[in-house]
Design a protein around this ligand. Structure first.
Ligand SMILES: NC(=O)c1ccc[n+]([C@@H]2O[C@H](COP(=O)([O-])OP(=O)(O)OC[C@H]3O[C@@H](n4cnc5c(N)ncnc54)[C@H](O)[C@@H]3O)[C@@H](O)[C@H]2O)c1
Ligand SMILES: [Zn+2]
Length: 368
């Protein structure tokens, strides 16, 4: 939006991440509401809520199956049609399906208020990128230690005649391109999933910006667990050689693209191994995808793109938020994801600084 790729032609209230307190409810909210998302009968004035960055009704086909970002009623907050949350008051359409009531969180008191804002978008998006990569059919041989396609579908009959995996076949090598706030959340989520599942791994986190690499390295210094794998930050300029060295020239199993430009997409292709996948959550403009069909065919590369279904990813993101209050719940420290909480008076400067990569995640307090 700020960089102009969304081609906005009229002023609008920005902000697609917001938390708040319910001050008024629409006529559809009443205790006898049935057959609808439960918030229609349980949400009250005074409840604290988190809003995903898009509206999802909770009632259509896409919402019912968990693809909430593609709800037929979907709207993006912070656009002319749906004014955003950088304001004292915000109207939430289809709120019974969209909102998450913080009263429903059992350990909610353990969560810093500032960290709740991360649930609106960037933390679920990081969890989504990591989850998509680790649950992809092409990654399963490395998480199950079974060759493809037995990794997804155990044989009912017949002989399995593959040779056993060598040590080098058991390790997952993954790259995360882009270490802005979403890329950092992606690394935190990915490392948590890999360590929890006791998988052997190598993760390379890449950014062209030195300060962004330094922030990620500081965060890793407190969340790292070297027991199962290795993690390193790298500049984009020498990363191809690094990945080649680490994998004997084979490449990454999966590359998570968290930038949103064609140079990052191209780098992802160069780093991914044959039969690997590129999981892109970067928001792309109308530039063509920088690969020819033949390049994708000749490497059997899977491309996975798009918006995070935040409302569906909420429980996984919440669990991670509770676990990682050390990084996600603090403000302003060397190892904090959130750099500061600012007033709207400073917004012009902060938007400019963020655009130039001079600062990281900043929250606005509309009452400051
Ligand atoms: N899919 C979704 O639902 C979703 C949700 C939230 C954000 N996003 C998108 O995720 C992306 C990242 O968001 P952010 O807030 O972290 O943005 P950001 O601009 O702060 O971070 C992008 C980072 O990528 C780095 N970079 C740029 N080109 C690079 C390259 N060729 N190689 C390596 N690094 C490169 C930049 O230095 C920067 O640190 C954006 O495109 C954003 O719109 C998508
Ligand atoms: Zn829906």
């Amino acid at each position: 939006m700020y960089r102009g790729t969304a081609k906005l032609t009229e002023p609008c209230i920005m902000g697609h991440e917001f938390i708040g307190e319910v001050v008024a409810l629409g006529a559809n909210f009443h205790s006898s509401s049935t057959g609808r998302p439960h918030l229609y009968s349980t949400l009250h004035v005074g409840d604290k809520v988190v809003s995903p960055f898009t509206v999802s009704c909770g009632e259509c086909h896409f919402c019912r199956v968990g693809f909430t970002c593609r709800c037929v009623e979907s709207r993006l907050f912070g656009t002319p049609l749906t004014p955003g949350g950088q304001a004292q008051y915000t109207r939430v359409p289809r709120a019974g399906g969209t909102l998450y009531n913080l009263q429903d969180i059992p350990d909610g008191s353990l969560l810093a208020d500032s960290s709740l804002l991360l649930l609106c978008d960037i933390l679920p998006t990081g969890v989504f990128a990591a989850f998509q990569a680790l649950s992809h059919a092409k990654t399963l041989p490395f998480t199950t230690r079974q060759p493809y396609p037995l990794s997804a579908s155990p044989p009912q009959m017949g002989d399995v005649s593959f040779l056993p995996f060598l040590e080098e076949d058991k390790s997952l090598t993954m790259a995360v391109i882009g270490l802005g706030p979403v890329g950092v959340c992606t690394c935190i989520a990915l490392l948590d999933m890999l360590v929890t599942r006791k998988l052997k791994f190598n993760v390379i986190a890449i950014d062209t910006n030195e300060a962004r690499r330094a922030k990620m390295a500081s965060i890793y210094s407190i969340i790292g667990n070297q027991q199962f794998g290795e993690f390193q930050v790298a500049d984009a300029s020498n990363v191809k050689e690094l990945v080649a060295d680490l994998t004997k020239g084979v490449g990454c199993n999966a590359v998570l693209e968290v930038v949103g430009n064609t140079s990052a997409l191209r780098l992802a292709y160069e780093l991914v191994r044959p039969f690997g996948c590129i999981n892109s959550v970067g928001v792309h403009s109308d530039h063509a995808v920088p690969y020819k069909g033949v390049e994708l065919y000749d490497k059997n590369v899977s491309l996975d793109f798009g918006r995070c279904p935040v409302r569906a990813m909420f429980p996984m993101a919440l669990e991670l938020l509770l676990k990682r209050q050390d990084v996600l719940g603090s403000v302003g420290g060397e190892t904090s994801l959130v750099e500061k909480i600012a007033s709207f008076d400073d917004a012009v400067q902060i938007y400019d600084d963020f655009d130039k990569g001079k600062c990281g995640k900043v929250l606005f307090d509309p009452f400051k």
